[in-house]
Design a protein around this ligand. Structure first.
Ligand SMILES: [Zn+2]
Length: 161
């Protein structure tokens, strides 16, 4: 692997460890030319199967592109979107599957998006969950309210638990 700093064509692994959820290997590398260190992550490949049957490599950029429209005019920055896409990827990878339907990616976006911005969440959910009546919106809003009223829920997602 090329050194990201000086483009030296080789690097040396100085440390290797498995990520907490076991879905990736993290390697610390050192460049023998400039001596700087960098980290690489090794994942199994994750394919998204689209409705057309075509499969493509999972991409955080596509996740972000999918929710950007729902976030229009909302106080959601690029950093927020990047972080959300990372959460979505981690959530999907923690299932340990090699393939996932595009619809399931959409569903995996809902929860982190709800934590990010409730209006964007409602917009996105209305498309993804096919809201077709006021009642659908009302029940989604009611569940957001119930959650808010139940105080600061200590949602620490720990799939191992
Ligand atoms: Zn280097």
């Amino acid at each position: 692997m090329h050194c990201p700093f000086c483009r030296h064509p080789d690097s040396r692994v100085v440390d290797s460890r498995i990520s907490e959820d076991g879905s990736a290997i993290r390697r610390r590398r050192q460049c023998p030319s400039c001596m700087r260190r960098f980290t690489t992550m090794e994942h199994t490949s994750l394919s998204v199967i689209k409705r057309s049957g075509v499969s493509e490599e999972f991409s955080r950029q596509k996740v972000i592109a999918g929710v950007r429209k729902a976030c229009q005019g909302r106080p959601v920055g690029e950093d927020d979107l990047a972080k959300m896409a990372q959460q979505v990827e981690e959530k999907i990878r923690s299932r340990g599957v090699a393939e996932i339907d595009a619809d399931e990616v959409g569903l995996a976006i809902l929860e982190p998006l709800r934590e990010l911005d409730q209006v964007a969440y409602l917009r996105f959910a209305s498309v993804y969950q096919g809201f077709d009546s006021l009642e659908d919106f009302e029940s989604a809003i009611a569940s957001l309210r119930a959650e808010r009223d139940s105080g600061q829920d200590s949602r620490k997602s720990d799939p191992a638990g």
